[in-house]
Design a protein around this ligand. Structure first.
Ligand SMILES: Cc1ncc(COP(=O)(O)O)c(C=O)c1O
Length: 469
């Protein structure tokens, strides 16, 4: 069986389309003897009937297991090199008040990047001193809110924020802990990283500008300098990217030690996950060990104490724990012809799309679907799962194999949609956003109800006045 010319090289025809790849799907997902898929013991068809589709389902035990594994990986690696760690869950990947409660229970800290995320974090009841606030353009209102709430750290992203934070903290007679985000000139994405003199992007402060700004921070009695921060990208498989950024940050860290304490070093998040069977993301323990080893080596060479290491993982915790269920609508076999070779691509339209998962259209991200409501013995058909929006780029799974006999009203499940799907969701074409449920040991918890048309149009006075409904 040759490779289908119209499939990318990484996608091979599966031997058994009914099989569930444990490397991609949450640990609680399985095929039942009847052939349908269940998650945490609950048939997905039951979830779809109860809550409608699209529906995001989080395997709570899987989320917890991943969070614990990440936290202990950093703790163990740091303890091995004689320091401690602080792990901030990146709320931008997936956040609701229930998830804030989970993060709190798990003993993780929480990274937020806007006033909205901060409001949700506070509503979820996590202690403010465990919250870190990011953002390249924090408003005065956001800064005020963070200082008033007593957040544990604010990450300064530009010079102007130093005065702004200092004056708010001064007015409240508080000492606000701050970090400074460094543009280390390292950008990593999946298998590669790029190292330049200075990365051409909006975040952070150039290495050469940092010493003067840290002096400024230290000149304010209402600010406390915690240390440097760097985040080099997302969905990273290339450990070398972290190594390079550490090699650039620690000499600067040493320079700053001459002027006062620098207790922490925050190396950000970005740890990659498997979206398809062809992905092979490093284990989080591998990231943790390599980072800790490099920090220990360089600190040894520089003859400085090893700082407390901070991490901001998001996707690696929330991503694989979530799946999305869709109902299949229309199906089309599109004839293909290239270089004299003909083929067929099955376009399977589902009842969501780029409004609930923007990543394929934004970043050409790949995903894995399975037929979840039954088994099929049909042959694999090269397929594309597309949404219902008015964009040809509205794709949920660009390249996959689905059974040739896929039908309207079949249920499709798409793996690893926990991170950056709900958080990037929109109402494009006035499509309402899906519900989120958490499942555990046969129990279902509604984490976020599905958006209604009334929610969606609540800001439109004409809709509210419409008496024809
Ligand atoms: C500053 C910062 N920290 C942490 C993260 C989390 O990244 P990930 O979810 O890929 O771990 C991001 C994501 O964009 C980020 O910008």
């Amino acid at each position: 069986m040759g490779h289908n010319k119209f499939a990318p090289s990484w996608l091979s025809e599966p031997k058994d389309l009914n099989q569930v790849d444990a490397g991609v799907w949450p640990s609680g997902l399985a095929r039942t003897p009847a052939g349908d898929v269940s998650i945490a013991g609950i048939p997905v068809a039951e979830l779809a009937t109860k809550f409608g589709t699209p529906l995001m389902v989080i395997d709570q035990d899987d989320f917890f297991a991943r969070a614990k594994k990440v936290k202990s990986a950093f703790e163990n690696s740091c303890s091995r090199i004689g320091t401690s760690s602080k792990t901030y869950y990146a709320g931008k990947s997936l956040l609701t008040t229930e998830i804030v409660k989970w993060i709190d229970q798990l003993g993780l800290n929480l990274d937020v990047s806007t006033g909205g995320e901060l409001a949700l974090a506070l509503a979820g009841g996590i202690s403010p001193d465990r919250i870190g606030l990011h953002g390249n353009n924090k408003s005065l209102y956001e800064i005020g809110r963070a200082v008033t709430a007593n957040v544990g750290a604010i990450v300064i992203d530009s010079e102007i924020e130093i005065e702004r934070i200092a004056s708010v903290a001064g007015a409240q007679d508080k000492i606000q802990p701050v970090r400074i985000r460094v543009n280390a000139g390292v950008h990593a994405h999946t298998h590669e990283y790029l190292a330049t003199a200075r990365e051409d992007q909006k975040f952070g402060i150039a290495i050469s500008d940092v010493p003067v700004l840290v002096e400024k921070i230290r000149s304010h009695s209402h600010l406390k300098f915690l240390g440097l921060h760097s985040h080099i990208g997302s969905q990273i498989f290339a450990l070398e990217g972290f190594i390079e950024s550490i090699r650039r940050l620690l000499p600067l860290h040493k320079l700053l030690l001459a002027g006062g304490a620098v207790p922490e070093l925050n190396v950000g998040g970005g740890f990659g996950i498997n979206y398809t069977s062809s992905d092979d993301a490093p284990e989080i323990t591998e990231f943790a060990d390599r980072i800790a080893d490099e920090v220990a080596t360089i600190c040894g060479e520089l003859e400085i104490a090893v700082p407390i290491l901070c991490f901001e993982p998001g996707r690696v915790i929330s991503g694989p724990a979530g799946i999305t269920l869709y109902n299949v609508g229309t199906i089309k076999d599109v004839q293909l012809k290239e270089d004299g070779v003909t083929g067929v691509r099955k376009y399977v339209s589902i009842d969501g799309g780029m409004s609930d998962n923007a990543r394929p259209s934004l970043y050409s991200a790949d995903y894995s679907p399975i037929l979840a409501s039954r088994v099929s013995g049909a042959k694999p058909a090269l397929s594309r799962v597309v949404g219902k929006h008015c964009e040809s780029g509205d794709v949920v799974v660009r390249n996959c194999y689905l059974p040739e006999d896929i039908n309207p009203n079949d249920l499709l499940a798409v793996a690893a949609t926990g991170a950056y799907c709900h958080s990037l969701a929109s109402n494009y074409n006035y499509v309402t956003r899906p519900a989120i449920v958490a499942v555990k040991n046969g129990n279902i918890q509604l984490v976020l109800r599905a958006e209604t048309e009334a929610d969606m149009f609540a800001r439109d006075p004409g809709y509210l006045e419409d008496k024809t409904r």
